[in-house]
Design a protein. Sequence first.
Length: 171
Amino acid sequence: MAADQQPDAIALLKADHRKVEKLFEEFESASGKSRKEELAKQICTELTVHTIIEEEIFYPACKGKTEEDLLAESYVEHDGAKVLIAEIEAGGPDDEFYDAKVKVLSEEIAHHVEEEEKRVEGMFAQARSAGLDMDALGAQMAAEKDRLMAAYTSSGLPKPEAPTLHGTGLA
Ligand SMILES: [Fe+2]
Ligand SMILES: [Fe+2]
């Protein structure tokens, strides 16, 4: 890959996964409250942007090309994560369940990332085999990521939309 080229879709999404894993590890070993809060907010922002670019760009491109059940589960897993992300965003390190929420979110995300990255039967592998245009999708997602990051850095995270969850009043 030439230095002036964008990473392809899968490289971009995997780089996001690695970044968030590192932030979760840092959170786990952080001791100061303000550092924890800073890391948690960073995790929430990264995951919010990541889920949006997947839901707006990557997952729709996978529709009809990857296993339907796996794709449906991915949307539900995203929406489950959004509930915890909203809780963490609204709370702070003095809350009784703050650390537990970050920990459970990290476990949910680890499972989800495995489903996306698993060799052969994972979503990314299926999408790659189906011949999706990973360069075009990567460029689109990189542009959308920059736009969302800039927007959220200046005005905070939006209220999450969790279209797969109904009737619980939680989402
Ligand atoms: Fe992902
Ligand atoms: Fe995902």
